[in-house]
Design a protein around this ligand. Structure first.
Ligand SMILES: [Fe+2]
Ligand SMILES: [Fe+2]
Length: 276
């Protein structure tokens, strides 16, 4: 079992330009409103969330001496910065469709401001580590189980797969930095409980807002099928419960979920020449 990041793992941002369809198909995930808006709701949170991740790692950059981890931090910052920009373009498309997402963004921004003002740098970093774990296990599921994105518009599929690939590459960077500058597991566990609550709350809010805009909020079929897709047998979120709980195990490290082979095969899809 791996207890650390594979040595020398290269983390480089890919400067892909997605040219999202304009207008974005209203239900780009195979015509399914629930699936589409679940992904949309997460996307709305990314631009501010990822800037927060960057800031919380960057404030400890100078305290890291290991040249490999230093290079990985640069890669992490480059990747998250690029994700943030792509998801900002995505948000603009959602706005064009008439979804009033600004209050969702404001809420997330307000919470981040509060965290940055009231919490120590270490706790900010702990929050980043926790949310990066949630991101990493979702990314693994998306890459491992293509059915979660089956039927989606090809450009959106590619965008989510690209993001999932890079989340997998850098999944332990914040964790490794945290271990070097603090390492308090109880702090990490508290951050995870809080982070999970806000992640679920904000994602649900976004989902509800967009379903309401479509006039589907009270459509029981949409909820029945959607909840089955998330929590039913082979459900998207149901499969995450085990990997999520591993975070609380003693001595956990993100690379104990060894998905290096999956990472390599996905790299070949995106970097046909540079793979390896
Ligand atoms: Fe990201
Ligand atoms: Fe990330």
């Amino acid at each position: 079992m791996a207890s650390s990041t594979p040595f020398g793992l290269q983390i480089r941002p890919r400067h892909l330009d997605f040219q999202l369809p304009d207008p974005l198909p209203r239900h780009w995930h195979g015509g399914d409103a629930f699936k589409t808006h679940l992904f949309n709701a997460m996307s709305v949170l990314f631009p501010d969330g990822e800037r927060f991740f960057i800031d919380s790692v960057r404030q400890f950059r100078d305290r890291i001496e290991d040249p490999v981890l230093k290079a990985q931090i640069s890669g992490f910052i480059g990747q998250e910065g690029h994700h943030s920009r792509e998801h900002l373009a995505y948000s603009a498309r959602l706005r064009d469709l008439g979804y009033a997402i600004t209050p969702l963004e404001r809420r997330a921004q307000g919470r981040i401001r509060y965290t940055q003002k009231k919490f120590s740098g270490q706790r900010q970093l702990a929050a980043t580590v926790a949310l990066e774990h949630i991101t990493a296990i979702m990314a693994d599921a998306l890459l491992r189980e293509p059915r979660h994105l089956q039927g989606a518009h090809p450009t959106l599929q590619r965008l989510w797969r690209w993001h999932a690939l890079e989340e997998t590459e850098h999944k332990a960077v914040a964790f490794d930095v945290f271990n070097q500058v603090c390492g308090d597991r109880r702090m990490l566990h508290r951050a995870m409980r809080l982070g999970t609550w806000f992640f679920l709350l904000d994602t649900s809010r976004g989902l509800i807002l967009m379903l309401k805009e479509d006039g589907l909020l009270w459509n029981w079929q949409v909820w029945r099928d959607g909840l089955r897709w998330l929590w039913g047998k082979q459900g998207f979120f149901r499969g995450l419960v085990g990997p999520y709980r591993d975070f609380f195990q003693e001595g956990f490290h993100p690379w104990q979920h060894d998905n290096l082979a999956l990472l390599q095969s996905t790299r070949e899809e995106f970097d046909p020449v540079a793979a390896g």
